[in-house]
Design a protein around this ligand. Structure first.
Ligand code: R5P
Length: 283
């Protein structure tokens, strides 16, 4: 049985209502007759957990818990982007290991498998077990590269840091090296980029380059990588990412600097041309 929220209505017809009570609490209602369904059947929940990640995680906990309470034991979550996946390490004493706690919370709600794309803490494609949860991690790298190659076939593929090197190197590409510094002051927990360099003996002069990454957040990584490549003589720069957050005015800034921007529909925006649910569900 597939359960689809309105956040995944491009995948199929919504059959789980997600609304809010007047005070803002999340309300969910499963519109399928789960009582008469065979409890041995697998239940797949399709949703997007971003934007409004805190609210959507709560909605998902409520949906899974209702299914679990009805007697289902095999509950899979299909979520293109897994929020909180960026904090999978403690940088400073006293921080929370957010990735683990969110995964644990989803597990407690009854979900036994998460299907996601380019999960930040996994950094490779495959099936893994993290904190007792099965995670099927797909990558959008091949699709992003194919899309960019529609314009230019002889592309040098590079990722802007080591974390995303699996997305480029599997396809004969290279990676850059990024070093982040301390957290900046203020409300936003953000670590500035200290350095971002081309690694090894890579000649980018007169090359058309596709920069590929799992996430474009505030865009600093891509902006710094583009500057470095241009200083080194690169001709055209294409950028591709699985999850295009484009925080602040970063999309406008990147449009000035890159020849083309390609993302998936994980986070819908004007650059998302690759169907993420297609990647998530392909065998
Ligand atoms: C981090 O290591 C990720 O792979 C991305 O490079 C990062 O999240 C991009 O963030 P931003 O666009 O804010 O530089």
């Amino acid at each position: 049985m597939n359960l689809i929220t309105k956040h995944a209505s491009d995948f199929g017809k919504e059959n789980v209502e997600t609304r809010a009570f007047p005070d803002g609490d999340a309300y969910i209602r499963i519109l399928e007759d789960i009582e008469s369904e065979d409890k041995g059947n697998r239940v797949n929940i399709f949703t997007r957990l971003y934007p409004e990640q805190n609210r959507r995680i709560v909605e998902t906990i409520l949906i899974a818990s209702a299914i679990k309470d009805a007697g289902f034991k095999n509950i899979h979550l299909y979520a293109p982007y897994l929020p909180y996946s960026r904090q999978d390490k403690i940088w400073k004493k006293g921080e929370a290991l957010s990735a683990k706690y969110i995964v644990n919370t989803l597990k407690d709600a009854g979900i036994n498998t998460i299907h996601t794309v380019d999960c930040h803490f996994i950094k490779k494609e495959g099936v893994f077990k993290y904190w007792g949860m099965n995670i099927v991690n797909k990558t959008a790298a091949k699709r992003l590269i194919e899309e960019a190659k529609k314009d230019v076939s002889d592309l040098l593929i590079m990722s802007p840091d080591e974390g995303a090197s699996y997305m480029s190197e599997e396809h004969g590409g290279k990676h850059m090296k990024k070093v982040r510094g301390e957290y900046v002051e203020g409300e936003t927990a953000y670590r500035k980029i200290d350095t971002l360099e081309i690694k090894g003996n890579v000649d980018v002069k007169d090359r058309d380059v596709l920069l590929i990454d799992d996430i474009i957040g505030g865009g600093s990584t891509m902006i710094k990588a583009i500057s470095k490549l241009k200083e080194s003589g690169a001709k055209h720069i294409y950028i591709g990412a699985t999850h295009g957050f484009f925080l602040g005015n970063s999309l406008e800034k990147l449009k000035q600097k890159a020849d083309k921007i390609i993302t998936t529909t994980s986070i819908k925006n004007e650059t998302s041309v690759i169907d993420v649910f297609n990647i998530l569900t392909e065998e």
